[in-house]
Design a protein around this ligand. Structure first.
Ligand code: HEM
Length: 401
């Protein structure tokens, strides 16, 4: 049993807990990436066990890269000063958990690093050797940056420091790009497109697996340990940032994956079914279809997190949502309607709340910036509907200035 945000015990754990979906997604990502590494390493002439060691190294670097992405860009200081100390505790709890999980990944990355020495035999021309040395150098720098990031201050004042984590994410990203370029160069030495595609493919995989690990093993347990309304809101916002990234990563993996599959299958189903490489690619395709299904089902079924409200803030008790005193519905219009918003806010008292509905896509980014400039507070920002029917809902608190 665990406790939900309003303090009542939850009984949805165990077999009936829908929260197994993100874990299944993690398993699918792991299998799909292992099959990719198997394919690549087979092309280098390696054995399946060697491919497994290579994959372990990839997965460890991915766990670190995606984790550092979350730490560096998704954990943010709340706008409301009253919530800072509560959310800071959540941030520190996440970092401490990640030090454990990421520490394990760091160890795996270091223990499997000697596999890079195999490339001594494969990288037998100056370009390949250059890439190989660059790969080893980048790996050492990235590992050092990660180790330095883990020496964070537990002080609340530094809870939202992101600089070192961002630097680590960049170092790890560069390492993965060089690794992938070397892999692709060895198989397709005259095709720069293959190097670029592979780099993007591997980077997308790394950020996804790392983010998924953070969500399951870092964000959820840390939120449970520091449970409070601002924590759930912050956790839900972090998860939404990750979802936005996955919306980019998933199609990126499919597009780069399918183009990379062309030399092996010629996009011919018969060839795909008849060859070992083709079969690996088909299994990957099946796993991706499963992942798309999970990605769509998770939020609909509130299965992204066992903590009520983390999957969708709408599930929080309504006390958490301020009641708007005015409403503007600009759906169907080409712009958010800043003049109208300004007029409405001018006529409202300080701290009154305005609800704005808009279908202007730019308003998602433009409105928060404009409100900050004007001294008003954005309490909530959410998407409603899908595709062509998507609209945006904003709750704006009039500034006191
Ligand atoms: C439509 C789906 C996908 C297709 C068609 C696809 C195809 C491929 C191909 C053909 C390769 C090997 C390239 C080569 O060695 O020449 C590969 C490698 C790889 N794929 Fe995918 N892939 C897909 C989805 C995914 C997903 C979902 C992940 C993980 C999240 C993933 C992770 C990897 C990894 C880690 C490698 C190894 C790259 C390397 O060792 O340099 N792929 N993929």
């Amino acid at each position: 049993m665990n406790t939900n945000v309003i303090g009542k015990p939850r009984t949805a754990d165990g077999l009936l807990d829908r929260y197994w979906l993100p874990k299944v997604a993690l398993v699918f990502i792991s299998i799909a990436s292992f099959l990719g590494a198997l394919l690549t390493m087979t092309m280098h002439g390696a054995q399946p066990l060697e491919a497994f060691v290579r994959w372990l190294n990839f997965a460890a670097l991915g766990a670190l890269a995606g984790g550092m992405m979350w730490w560096g860009w998704f954990m943010r200081r709340p706008h409301d000063a009253a919530e800072v100390s509560t959310v800071a505790k959540f941030a520190v709890a996440q970092k401490e958990r990640f030090r454990l999980i990421g520490g394990g990944a760091l160890l795996v990355a270091v223990l499997t690093a000697p596999h890079l020495l195999w490339f001594d035999a494969w990288a037998n021309n100056p370009v390949a050797r250059g890439l190989w040395f660059a790969n080893i150098a980048a790996f050492i720098v990235a590992i050092a940056l990660v180790a330095r990031t883990f020496m964070f201050s537990r002080d609340d004042a530094h809870a939202f420091d992101a600089g070192m984590a961002r630097l680590s994410a960049i170092g790890l990203g560069l390492t993965l790009i060089i690794t992938a370029t070397l892999d692709a160069y060895l198989t397709f030495p005259t095709q720069p497109l293959a190097w670029v595609l592979r780099s993007i493919h591997v980077l997308a995989f790394a950020l996804w697996i790392g983010g998924a690990i953070w969500n399951i093993f870092v964000a959820v347990p840390a939120a449970r340990a520091t449970l409070a309304m601002p924590v759930v809101i912050s956790a839900a916002e972090q998860l939404e940032r990750f979802r936005v990234v996955v919306r980019i990563l998933l199609p990126t993996l499919v597009i780069t994956g399918l183009i990379q599959a062309y030399p092996y299958t010629g996009f011919n189903l018969e060839t795909a079914f008849a060859t070992f490489f083709g079969q690996l690619i088909l299994i990957k395709l099946g796993l991706v279809i499963g992942l798309v299904g999970i990605f769509i089902t998770c939020p609909l079924w509130r299965a992204c997190s066992p903590i009520k409200g983390m999957c969708d803030l709408k599930d929080l008790p309504s006390a958490a949502q301020p009641t708007p005193t005015q409403r503007i519905d600009n759906r169907g219009k080409g712009c958010a309607g800043f003049v109208q918003i300004q007029k409405a806010l001018d006529g409202m008292g300080p701290r009154d709340v305005l609800e704005l509905l808009s279908s202007d896509r730019i308003s998602w980014w433009e409105l928060p910036a404009w409100l900050e400039q004007q001294g008003h507070r954005l309490l909530k920002q959410e998407r409603q509907g899908r595709w062509l029917w998507q609209s945006y809902r904003f709750l704006i608190e009039k500034g006191t200035g």
